[in-house]
Design a protein around this ligand. Sequence first.
Ligand SMILES: C[S@@+](CC[C@H](N)C(=O)[O-])C[C@H]1O[C@@H](n2cnc3c(N)ncnc32)[C@H](O)[C@@H]1O
Length: 274
Amino acid sequence: MKLDDTRQTIAETFDRTADTYDAVGVDFFGVFARQLLDDVGPIAGDDVLDIGCGRGAVLFPAAERVGPTGSVLGIDLSPAMVARTERDIADLGLDITVAVMDAQDPVLPGRLFDTILSSCVVFFLPDPIAALRAWHDLLRPGGRIGLTTFCGDDPRWSPVREVFGPYIPPEMIWSMVNPANPMASTENFESALGSAGFTSPSSVIREHEITFADPTHWVDWSWSHGQRLFWELIPPAEQPAVRAEVLSRLAPLRDPDGCVRMKQAVRYTVAHRP
Ligand SMILES: C[S@@+](CC[C@H](N)C(=O)[O-])C[C@H]1O[C@@H](n2cnc3c(N)ncnc32)[C@H](O)[C@@H]1O
């Protein structure tokens, strides 16, 4: 798979999630976005760039914080995500701009920002360090960047994840487990930020409990975001059997109230442009 194929695959996958993304009754991306904003603390009047803005989990609360004297621009690779978010912005009558753009190599001539935010995105990029370098150059001196990355999986959920294993190409598995991956550890990630020119990176790992009403709710949710990629690697004829296997492995994880709960560890990293 060439780099451009990968980007096209990612864009098309998110195009297919756009209608349901963050809209199936699971508070997931919003939790991380609100915490990231608390950590980075954009203030009234700031110019904010949200990279990989999706359906606006970061974008909308960021706009509230910077107020009418600030500005918020969101960029995303997926035309459908951008179109849906644009419609939400219009419905709410807000002054937020969104554009289709590749975060790997953003082209924003003459634009500089006080704050750059990017939640749950950097691990989709083919060359994260080169992207971070480009993002560094979009910050004003003294500006801040805030990022979230996933770090670690709930061990109770291993039997569910294992169902997808045989369908994932080895090179994809290797990039997820490669200890040299910039996202493999806090040390790697902060060092990647340093090589991109950022100073004083600091990270906090927080564990969030995510609740699904029942096993089927988890399956529906897993189709509504990037995990859809893994479902779509399964030949369509095999998907019903895989779905049944996933549901049977989720059954023992149910709590007495019928819900299934997953612990999600998230790394929140803030760094600065000197
Ligand atoms: C997991 S979603 C996160 C969206 C949003 N930040 C949030 O927290 O809900 C990842 C987003 O990154 C976008 N994305 C992936 N690769 C990208 C790239 N190369 N350039 C721009 N956006 C990208 C996807 O289209 C998707 O909207």
